[in-house]
Design a protein. Structure first.
Lengths: 349, 131
Protein backbone atom coordinates (compact mmCIF):
# COMPACT_ATOMS: atom_id res chain seq x y z
CA UNK A 1 0.00 0.00 0.00
CA UNK A 2 1.40 3.47 -0.84
CA UNK A 3 2.66 5.35 2.16
CA UNK A 4 3.06 8.83 0.66
CA UNK A 5 0.62 11.37 2.06
CA UNK A 6 -0.01 12.75 -1.43
CA UNK A 7 -0.69 9.34 -2.87
CA UNK A 8 -3.15 8.76 -0.03
CA UNK A 9 -5.04 11.99 -0.76
CA UNK A 10 -7.95 10.33 -2.65
CA UNK A 11 -8.33 7.89 0.23
CA UNK A 12 -8.37 10.74 2.75
CA UNK A 13 -11.11 12.50 0.75
CA UNK A 14 -13.07 9.26 0.57
CA UNK A 15 -12.71 8.72 4.32
CA UNK A 16 -13.90 12.30 4.85
CA UNK A 17 -16.98 11.60 2.74
CA UNK A 18 -17.71 8.37 4.61
CA UNK A 19 -17.53 10.20 7.96
CA UNK A 20 -19.66 13.07 6.60
CA UNK A 21 -22.34 10.65 5.37
CA UNK A 22 -22.43 8.84 8.71
CA UNK A 23 -22.81 12.17 10.57
CA UNK A 24 -25.49 13.46 8.17
CA UNK A 25 -27.57 10.36 8.76
CA UNK A 26 -27.13 10.58 12.56
CA UNK A 27 -28.25 14.22 12.86
CA UNK A 28 -32.00 13.52 12.23
CA UNK A 29 -32.06 11.36 15.37
CA UNK A 30 -31.99 14.64 17.30
CA UNK A 31 -34.52 16.46 15.09
CA UNK A 32 -36.88 17.85 16.26
CA UNK A 33 -34.89 18.38 19.43
CA UNK A 34 -36.43 16.66 22.44
CA UNK A 35 -39.75 15.69 20.86
CA UNK A 36 -39.10 13.51 17.85
CA UNK A 37 -37.14 10.91 15.97
CA UNK A 38 -35.94 10.88 12.39
CA UNK A 39 -37.59 14.29 11.82
CA UNK A 40 -41.00 12.94 12.90
CA UNK A 41 -42.59 14.56 15.97
CA UNK A 42 -43.73 11.60 18.10
CA UNK A 43 -45.85 11.01 21.17
CA UNK A 44 -44.00 11.55 24.46
CA UNK A 45 -44.96 8.06 25.70
CA UNK A 46 -43.43 6.46 22.63
CA UNK A 47 -40.25 8.56 22.93
CA UNK A 48 -39.78 7.27 26.49
CA UNK A 49 -40.55 3.65 25.58
CA UNK A 50 -38.11 0.76 25.26
CA UNK A 51 -39.20 0.29 21.63
CA UNK A 52 -38.06 3.84 20.73
CA UNK A 53 -34.74 3.38 22.53
CA UNK A 54 -34.23 0.13 20.64
CA UNK A 55 -34.86 1.81 17.25
CA UNK A 56 -32.34 4.55 18.10
CA UNK A 57 -29.75 2.02 19.32
CA UNK A 58 -30.04 -0.17 16.21
CA UNK A 59 -29.95 2.91 13.96
CA UNK A 60 -26.76 4.26 15.59
CA UNK A 61 -24.96 0.91 15.59
CA UNK A 62 -25.94 0.18 11.96
CA UNK A 63 -24.82 3.68 10.90
CA UNK A 64 -21.38 3.12 12.44
CA UNK A 65 -21.13 -0.43 11.06
CA UNK A 66 -21.94 0.79 7.54
CA UNK A 67 -19.19 3.42 7.83
CA UNK A 68 -16.73 0.73 8.94
CA UNK A 69 -17.75 -1.54 6.04
CA UNK A 70 -17.20 1.39 3.63
CA UNK A 71 -13.76 2.02 5.20
CA UNK A 72 -12.88 -1.67 4.80
CA UNK A 73 -13.96 -1.71 1.11
CA UNK A 74 -11.98 1.48 0.46
CA UNK A 75 -8.84 0.07 2.07
CA UNK A 76 -9.19 -3.21 0.18
CA UNK A 77 -9.66 -1.34 -3.12
CA UNK A 78 -6.69 0.85 -2.30
CA UNK A 79 -4.42 -2.08 -1.55
CA UNK A 80 -5.41 -3.65 -4.90
CA UNK A 81 -5.16 -0.32 -6.75
CA UNK A 82 -8.70 -0.73 -8.09
CA UNK A 83 -10.49 2.57 -8.81
CA UNK A 84 -13.75 0.78 -9.58
CA UNK A 85 -13.73 -0.99 -6.23
CA UNK A 86 -12.92 2.34 -4.54
CA UNK A 87 -16.21 3.81 -5.83
CA UNK A 88 -18.03 0.81 -4.34
CA UNK A 89 -17.24 2.06 -0.81
CA UNK A 90 -19.49 5.17 -0.77
CA UNK A 91 -22.11 3.45 -2.97
CA UNK A 92 -22.41 0.57 -0.47
CA UNK A 93 -22.65 3.04 2.39
CA UNK A 94 -25.32 5.20 0.68
CA UNK A 95 -27.51 2.22 -0.25
CA UNK A 96 -27.13 0.75 3.25
CA UNK A 97 -27.99 4.07 4.92
CA UNK A 98 -31.07 4.54 2.71
CA UNK A 99 -32.34 1.06 3.62
CA UNK A 100 -31.63 1.73 7.31
CA UNK A 101 -33.43 5.08 7.12
CA UNK A 102 -36.47 3.57 5.39
CA UNK A 103 -36.83 0.72 7.88
CA UNK A 104 -36.45 3.04 10.89
CA UNK A 105 -38.83 5.65 9.37
CA UNK A 106 -41.50 2.99 8.90
CA UNK A 107 -41.10 1.91 12.52
CA UNK A 108 -41.47 5.48 13.83
CA UNK A 109 -44.22 6.82 11.50
CA UNK A 110 -47.22 5.12 13.23
CA UNK A 111 -46.30 6.96 16.46
CA UNK A 112 -46.27 10.45 14.93
CA UNK A 113 -48.10 13.45 16.36
CA UNK A 114 -50.27 15.26 13.81
CA UNK A 115 -49.10 18.85 13.41
CA UNK A 116 -50.60 21.55 11.18
CA UNK A 117 -48.86 22.03 7.82
CA UNK A 118 -48.05 25.74 7.88
CA UNK A 119 -46.43 27.77 5.13
CA UNK A 120 -45.54 31.44 5.22
CA UNK A 121 -45.01 34.11 2.58
CA UNK A 122 -43.84 37.68 2.58
CA UNK A 123 -46.15 40.31 1.10
CA UNK A 124 -43.38 42.89 0.96
CA UNK A 125 -40.10 41.22 0.10
CA UNK A 126 -39.53 39.60 -3.27
CA UNK A 127 -37.98 36.14 -2.90
CA UNK A 128 -34.77 35.38 -4.74
CA UNK A 129 -31.03 35.29 -4.16
CA UNK A 130 -29.36 38.68 -3.86
CA UNK A 131 -27.41 40.08 -6.83
CA UNK A 132 -24.29 39.61 -4.69
CA UNK A 133 -24.96 35.85 -4.55
CA UNK A 134 -25.35 35.63 -8.34
CA UNK A 135 -22.17 37.69 -8.81
CA UNK A 136 -20.15 35.55 -6.37
CA UNK A 137 -21.47 32.29 -7.88
CA UNK A 138 -21.05 33.27 -11.52
CA UNK A 139 -17.59 34.63 -10.73
CA UNK A 140 -16.58 30.95 -10.52
CA UNK A 141 -16.67 31.14 -14.34
CA UNK A 142 -13.58 33.38 -14.12
CA UNK A 143 -11.00 30.58 -13.61
CA UNK A 144 -12.81 28.65 -16.36
CA UNK A 145 -12.50 31.59 -18.76
CA UNK A 146 -8.85 32.13 -17.81
CA UNK A 147 -8.07 28.45 -18.40
CA UNK A 148 -9.86 28.59 -21.78
CA UNK A 149 -7.82 31.66 -22.80
CA UNK A 150 -4.59 29.99 -21.69
CA UNK A 151 -5.38 26.81 -23.64
CA UNK A 152 -6.24 28.80 -26.77
CA UNK A 153 -3.00 30.81 -26.50
CA UNK A 154 -0.88 27.68 -26.02
CA UNK A 155 -2.73 25.31 -28.33
CA UNK A 156 0.42 24.20 -30.14
CA UNK A 157 1.97 23.06 -26.85
CA UNK A 158 -0.81 20.52 -26.22
CA UNK A 159 0.43 17.02 -27.17
CA UNK A 160 -1.35 15.15 -30.01
CA UNK A 161 -2.61 12.67 -27.41
CA UNK A 162 -2.88 13.27 -23.68
CA UNK A 163 -4.11 11.56 -20.51
CA UNK A 164 -7.74 12.17 -19.47
CA UNK A 165 -7.89 9.96 -16.43
CA UNK A 166 -5.44 9.12 -13.68
CA UNK A 167 -5.36 6.27 -11.22
CA UNK A 168 -5.65 7.01 -7.53
CA UNK A 169 -1.81 7.01 -7.39
CA UNK A 170 -1.56 9.66 -10.12
CA UNK A 171 -0.59 7.37 -13.02
CA UNK A 172 -2.24 8.07 -16.44
CA UNK A 173 -4.94 5.49 -17.09
CA UNK A 174 -6.64 6.66 -20.32
CA UNK A 175 -5.51 8.71 -23.30
CA UNK A 176 -7.37 10.79 -25.88
CA UNK A 177 -6.52 12.44 -29.23
CA UNK A 178 -6.23 16.26 -29.23
CA UNK A 179 -9.43 17.92 -30.57
CA UNK A 180 -11.04 21.23 -29.50
CA UNK A 181 -13.80 19.33 -27.68
CA UNK A 182 -11.41 16.85 -26.04
CA UNK A 183 -9.32 19.73 -24.71
CA UNK A 184 -12.22 21.94 -23.66
CA UNK A 185 -14.68 19.43 -22.23
CA UNK A 186 -13.72 19.93 -18.54
CA UNK A 187 -14.26 23.66 -19.05
CA UNK A 188 -17.58 23.14 -20.83
CA UNK A 189 -18.65 20.83 -18.03
CA UNK A 190 -17.58 23.38 -15.39
CA UNK A 191 -19.41 26.22 -17.16
CA UNK A 192 -22.55 24.10 -17.55
CA UNK A 193 -22.52 23.06 -13.89
CA UNK A 194 -21.89 26.61 -12.61
CA UNK A 195 -24.76 27.98 -14.71
CA UNK A 196 -26.95 25.12 -13.48
CA UNK A 197 -26.06 25.98 -9.86
CA UNK A 198 -27.01 29.65 -10.43
CA UNK A 199 -30.31 28.52 -11.96
CA UNK A 200 -30.90 26.16 -9.05
CA UNK A 201 -30.38 29.00 -6.55
CA UNK A 202 -33.04 31.00 -8.35
CA UNK A 203 -35.34 27.96 -8.46
CA UNK A 204 -34.95 27.33 -4.72
CA UNK A 205 -35.83 30.84 -3.67
CA UNK A 206 -38.72 31.17 -6.11
CA UNK A 207 -40.32 27.74 -6.03
CA UNK A 208 -39.66 26.28 -2.57
CA UNK A 209 -42.47 27.23 -0.18
CA UNK A 210 -41.47 29.23 2.85
CA UNK A 211 -41.59 27.91 6.38
CA UNK A 212 -40.15 29.02 9.67
CA UNK A 213 -36.95 27.09 8.89
CA UNK A 214 -36.54 28.47 5.39
CA UNK A 215 -34.41 31.59 6.01
CA UNK A 216 -31.79 29.60 7.95
CA UNK A 217 -31.75 26.60 5.60
CA UNK A 218 -31.84 28.74 2.46
CA UNK A 219 -28.85 30.79 3.60
CA UNK A 220 -26.92 27.58 4.27
CA UNK A 221 -27.92 26.01 0.94
CA UNK A 222 -27.00 29.09 -1.10
CA UNK A 223 -23.60 29.29 0.64
CA UNK A 224 -22.90 25.63 -0.12
CA UNK A 225 -24.04 26.01 -3.75
CA UNK A 226 -21.71 28.99 -4.20
CA UNK A 227 -18.81 27.02 -2.69
CA UNK A 228 -19.54 24.04 -4.97
CA UNK A 229 -19.51 26.39 -7.99
CA UNK A 230 -16.03 27.60 -7.01
CA UNK A 231 -14.79 24.10 -6.22
CA UNK A 232 -15.91 22.92 -9.67
CA UNK A 233 -14.60 26.03 -11.40
CA UNK A 234 -11.10 25.70 -9.88
CA UNK A 235 -10.78 21.91 -10.03
CA UNK A 236 -12.11 21.43 -13.56
CA UNK A 237 -10.03 24.36 -14.84
CA UNK A 238 -6.97 22.72 -13.30
CA UNK A 239 -7.91 19.41 -14.97
CA UNK A 240 -8.29 21.18 -18.34
CA UNK A 241 -4.81 22.69 -17.99
CA UNK A 242 -3.10 19.34 -17.33
CA UNK A 243 -2.33 18.56 -21.03
CA UNK A 244 -0.69 21.91 -21.67
CA UNK A 245 1.22 21.98 -18.38
CA UNK A 246 2.80 18.60 -19.18
CA UNK A 247 3.84 18.10 -15.56
CA UNK A 248 6.71 15.84 -14.59
CA UNK A 249 6.00 12.60 -12.73
CA UNK A 250 7.16 14.22 -9.51
CA UNK A 251 5.04 17.38 -9.93
CA UNK A 252 1.85 15.56 -10.96
CA UNK A 253 1.12 14.03 -7.52
CA UNK A 254 1.57 17.48 -5.94
CA UNK A 255 -0.84 18.95 -8.47
CA UNK A 256 -3.46 16.21 -7.95
CA UNK A 257 -2.85 16.32 -4.18
CA UNK A 258 -3.61 20.06 -4.14
CA UNK A 259 -6.94 19.39 -5.86
CA UNK A 260 -7.76 16.69 -3.34
CA UNK A 261 -6.76 19.01 -0.48
CA UNK A 262 -9.18 21.62 -1.81
CA UNK A 263 -11.95 19.02 -1.76
CA UNK A 264 -11.00 18.05 1.79
CA UNK A 265 -11.17 21.71 2.89
CA UNK A 266 -14.60 21.90 1.28
CA UNK A 267 -15.77 18.80 3.15
CA UNK A 268 -14.58 20.24 6.47
CA UNK A 269 -16.36 23.51 5.63
CA UNK A 270 -19.60 21.57 4.95
CA UNK A 271 -19.33 19.65 8.23
CA UNK A 272 -18.78 22.87 10.22
CA UNK A 273 -21.66 24.65 8.45
CA UNK A 274 -24.00 21.67 8.94
CA UNK A 275 -23.16 21.63 12.64
CA UNK A 276 -23.77 25.36 13.10
CA UNK A 277 -26.88 25.55 10.92
CA UNK A 278 -28.79 22.52 12.05
CA UNK A 279 -27.93 22.27 15.73
CA UNK A 280 -31.22 22.78 17.59
CA UNK A 281 -33.20 23.33 14.38
CA UNK A 282 -36.72 21.95 14.69
CA UNK A 283 -37.90 19.53 11.99
CA UNK A 284 -39.64 21.19 9.10
CA UNK A 285 -43.43 20.93 9.32
CA UNK A 286 -44.28 22.36 5.91
CA UNK A 287 -44.91 18.86 4.49
CA UNK A 288 -46.96 15.99 5.92
CA UNK A 289 -44.75 13.10 7.13
CA UNK A 290 -47.02 10.44 5.64
CA UNK A 291 -46.41 11.83 2.10
CA UNK A 292 -42.72 10.92 2.21
CA UNK A 293 -42.39 7.63 0.34
CA UNK A 294 -40.05 5.40 2.39
CA UNK A 295 -39.09 8.56 4.26
CA UNK A 296 -36.87 9.53 1.32
CA UNK A 297 -38.95 10.91 -1.57
CA UNK A 298 -41.71 13.48 -1.34
CA UNK A 299 -44.75 12.58 -3.46
CA UNK A 300 -47.84 14.66 -2.80
CA UNK A 301 -50.28 15.32 -5.67
CA UNK A 302 -52.30 17.60 -3.33
CA UNK A 303 -49.32 19.94 -2.89
CA UNK A 304 -48.69 22.50 -5.65
CA UNK A 305 -45.10 23.07 -4.44
CA UNK A 306 -42.36 22.02 -6.85
CA UNK A 307 -39.56 22.05 -4.27
CA UNK A 308 -39.92 21.45 -0.55
CA UNK A 309 -37.62 21.62 2.44
CA UNK A 310 -36.49 18.21 3.60
CA UNK A 311 -37.97 17.35 6.97
CA UNK A 312 -34.49 17.17 8.46
CA UNK A 313 -34.09 20.77 7.30
CA UNK A 314 -30.91 19.81 5.47
CA UNK A 315 -31.57 21.00 1.95
CA UNK A 316 -34.41 20.66 -0.51
CA UNK A 317 -36.02 17.99 -2.60
CA UNK A 318 -38.52 17.82 -5.43
CA UNK A 319 -42.21 17.02 -5.06
CA UNK A 320 -42.16 14.03 -7.38
CA UNK A 321 -45.90 14.39 -8.02
CA UNK A 322 -45.12 17.46 -10.20
CA UNK A 323 -44.17 16.69 -13.83
CA UNK A 324 -41.67 19.60 -13.79
CA UNK A 325 -39.79 17.79 -11.00
CA UNK A 326 -39.13 14.81 -13.30
CA UNK A 327 -37.93 17.12 -16.10
CA UNK A 328 -35.54 18.90 -13.72
CA UNK A 329 -34.34 15.60 -12.24
CA UNK A 330 -33.64 14.36 -15.79
CA UNK A 331 -31.66 17.59 -16.37
CA UNK A 332 -29.58 17.01 -13.24
CA UNK A 333 -28.95 13.38 -14.20
CA UNK A 334 -27.97 14.41 -17.72
CA UNK A 335 -25.43 16.92 -16.41
CA UNK A 336 -24.08 14.30 -14.03
CA UNK A 337 -23.87 11.70 -16.80
CA UNK A 338 -22.08 13.89 -19.37
CA UNK A 339 -18.59 12.96 -18.08
CA UNK A 340 -19.53 9.27 -18.16
CA UNK A 341 -20.94 9.53 -21.71
CA UNK A 342 -17.82 11.38 -22.79
CA UNK A 343 -15.56 8.74 -21.23
CA UNK A 344 -17.46 5.93 -22.97
CA UNK A 345 -17.67 7.55 -26.42
CA UNK A 346 -14.34 9.38 -26.76
CA UNK A 347 -11.70 7.86 -29.03
CA UNK A 348 -8.65 6.60 -27.22
CA UNK A 349 -5.23 5.85 -28.59
CA UNK B 1 -41.46 49.03 4.82
CA UNK B 2 -41.34 46.36 7.56
CA UNK B 3 -41.69 42.78 6.37
CA UNK B 4 -45.31 41.65 6.38
CA UNK B 5 -45.91 37.92 6.28
CA UNK B 6 -48.96 35.77 5.95
CA UNK B 7 -49.25 32.07 6.65
CA UNK B 8 -51.49 29.35 5.31
CA UNK B 9 -52.35 26.12 7.11
CA UNK B 10 -52.71 23.62 4.29
CA UNK B 11 -54.67 21.00 6.23
CA UNK B 12 -57.08 23.52 7.74
CA UNK B 13 -60.83 23.16 7.04
CA UNK B 14 -60.73 26.84 5.98
CA UNK B 15 -59.85 26.97 2.25
CA UNK B 16 -56.38 28.36 1.46
CA UNK B 17 -57.81 31.21 -0.65
CA UNK B 18 -60.01 32.30 2.26
CA UNK B 19 -57.01 32.30 4.62
CA UNK B 20 -55.09 34.49 2.16
CA UNK B 21 -58.01 36.92 1.73
CA UNK B 22 -58.53 37.21 5.50
CA UNK B 23 -54.88 37.83 6.30
CA UNK B 24 -54.27 40.32 3.49
CA UNK B 25 -57.46 42.13 4.48
CA UNK B 26 -56.32 42.25 8.12
CA UNK B 27 -53.08 43.92 6.99
CA UNK B 28 -55.06 46.37 4.85
CA UNK B 29 -57.43 47.27 7.68
CA UNK B 30 -54.60 47.72 10.18
CA UNK B 31 -52.79 50.03 7.78
CA UNK B 32 -49.73 47.76 7.52
CA UNK B 33 -50.36 47.78 3.78
CA UNK B 34 -50.95 51.33 2.58
CA UNK B 35 -52.37 52.74 -0.65
CA UNK B 36 -49.87 52.34 -3.49
CA UNK B 37 -48.06 49.37 -1.93
CA UNK B 38 -47.54 46.57 -4.47
CA UNK B 39 -48.50 43.00 -3.59
CA UNK B 40 -46.46 40.00 -4.78
CA UNK B 41 -47.40 38.60 -8.18
CA UNK B 42 -49.87 35.71 -8.22
CA UNK B 43 -47.09 33.32 -9.31
CA UNK B 44 -44.65 34.50 -6.67
CA UNK B 45 -47.10 34.30 -3.78
CA UNK B 46 -48.41 30.90 -4.96
CA UNK B 47 -44.85 29.56 -5.18
CA UNK B 48 -43.95 30.92 -1.73
CA UNK B 49 -46.97 29.23 -0.18
CA UNK B 50 -46.83 26.13 -2.35
CA UNK B 51 -50.44 26.51 -3.44
CA UNK B 52 -52.01 26.57 -6.89
CA UNK B 53 -51.92 29.86 -8.85
CA UNK B 54 -55.72 29.86 -9.03
CA UNK B 55 -55.89 29.93 -5.23
CA UNK B 56 -54.05 33.25 -5.12
CA UNK B 57 -55.80 34.55 -8.26
CA UNK B 58 -59.19 33.88 -6.56
CA UNK B 59 -58.02 35.62 -3.39
CA UNK B 60 -56.80 38.67 -5.31
CA UNK B 61 -60.04 38.80 -7.33
CA UNK B 62 -62.07 38.82 -4.11
CA UNK B 63 -59.95 41.60 -2.63
CA UNK B 64 -60.30 43.55 -5.89
CA UNK B 65 -64.08 43.09 -5.84
CA UNK B 66 -64.12 44.53 -2.31
CA UNK B 67 -62.23 47.56 -3.63
CA UNK B 68 -58.98 46.93 -1.75
CA UNK B 69 -56.61 46.32 -4.64
CA UNK B 70 -56.24 47.18 -8.30
CA UNK B 71 -55.68 44.28 -10.67
CA UNK B 72 -54.51 46.01 -13.85
CA UNK B 73 -53.77 43.43 -16.54
CA UNK B 74 -50.06 42.64 -16.87
CA UNK B 75 -49.11 44.58 -13.74
CA UNK B 76 -48.66 43.66 -10.11
CA UNK B 77 -51.63 44.11 -7.80
CA UNK B 78 -51.50 47.46 -6.02
CA UNK B 79 -53.30 48.58 -2.86
CA UNK B 80 -55.95 51.20 -3.65
CA UNK B 81 -56.73 54.30 -1.58
CA UNK B 82 -59.94 53.56 0.23
CA UNK B 83 -62.13 55.77 2.31
CA UNK B 84 -63.64 54.25 5.43
CA UNK B 85 -67.04 52.88 4.39
CA UNK B 86 -70.10 53.79 6.47
CA UNK B 87 -71.63 50.68 7.98
CA UNK B 88 -75.39 50.50 7.76
CA UNK B 89 -77.29 49.16 10.74
CA UNK B 90 -78.03 45.77 9.17
CA UNK B 91 -74.35 45.18 8.35
CA UNK B 92 -73.31 46.31 11.79
CA UNK B 93 -75.80 43.99 13.51
CA UNK B 94 -74.77 41.10 11.31
CA UNK B 95 -71.05 41.55 12.10
CA UNK B 96 -71.71 41.91 15.83
CA UNK B 97 -73.73 38.72 15.70
CA UNK B 98 -70.80 36.91 14.05
CA UNK B 99 -68.39 38.32 16.63
CA UNK B 100 -70.61 37.08 19.46
CA UNK B 101 -70.71 33.64 17.86
CA UNK B 102 -66.89 33.53 17.60
CA UNK B 103 -66.48 34.68 21.22
CA UNK B 104 -68.99 32.04 22.34
CA UNK B 105 -67.07 29.35 20.43
CA UNK B 106 -63.83 30.45 22.08
CA UNK B 107 -65.46 30.35 25.56
CA UNK B 108 -66.87 26.86 24.85
CA UNK B 109 -63.33 25.72 23.98
CA UNK B 110 -62.11 26.99 27.34
CA UNK B 111 -60.40 30.24 26.33
CA UNK B 112 -60.70 32.66 29.29
CA UNK B 113 -62.49 35.98 28.75
CA UNK B 114 -59.31 37.87 29.71
CA UNK B 115 -57.35 36.11 26.94
CA UNK B 116 -60.04 36.95 24.38
CA UNK B 117 -59.95 40.59 25.49
CA UNK B 118 -56.16 40.65 25.15
CA UNK B 119 -56.30 39.03 21.70
CA UNK B 120 -58.91 41.49 20.43
CA UNK B 121 -56.87 44.41 21.80
CA UNK B 122 -53.80 43.02 20.00
CA UNK B 123 -55.72 42.73 16.72
CA UNK B 124 -56.97 46.32 17.04
CA UNK B 125 -53.46 47.70 17.59
CA UNK B 126 -51.77 49.27 14.58
CA UNK B 127 -49.17 46.97 12.95
CA UNK B 128 -46.21 49.00 14.24
CA UNK B 129 -47.33 48.71 17.88
CA UNK B 130 -47.83 44.91 17.88
CA UNK B 131 -45.63 42.67 20.03
Amino acid sequence: MPTSILNSAPLLVLFGEIVLLAILFLIPLKVPSGAGMLTIPVQAEFLASAAARRIVRIYRVADILLALVAFAIALLAWSRQSDTALILAPITQIIGLCILWTLSWRAVLPHRVQQPIVRTASLTEAPGPTPAWYAATLAALLPVALAAAYLAAHWSRIPQSFATRYTSTGQPAEWVTRTPFAVAWPLLLAAGLILWIAFFGWLLTRYAPSSTNKPRVLGFTLDILRSVAWLLGINLSAVALLPVLNLSSSALPIFLGSMMALMLVFLIYVIVRVWHTFRGLPSDQSTPAQRWVAGLFYYNPDDAALLVLKRSGMGYTFNMARPAAWILMAGILLVALIPLIWTLTSHRS
Amino acid sequence: MADISISVTLDSPVPAYRQVVDQVRMNLVSGALAAGDPLPSVRSLAAQLGVHFNTIADAYRELASEGWIDLAHGKRAVVLPRSRPQLDTADSDNLRQRLRAIVAELRIKGVPARTIERDVAEILKPESARS
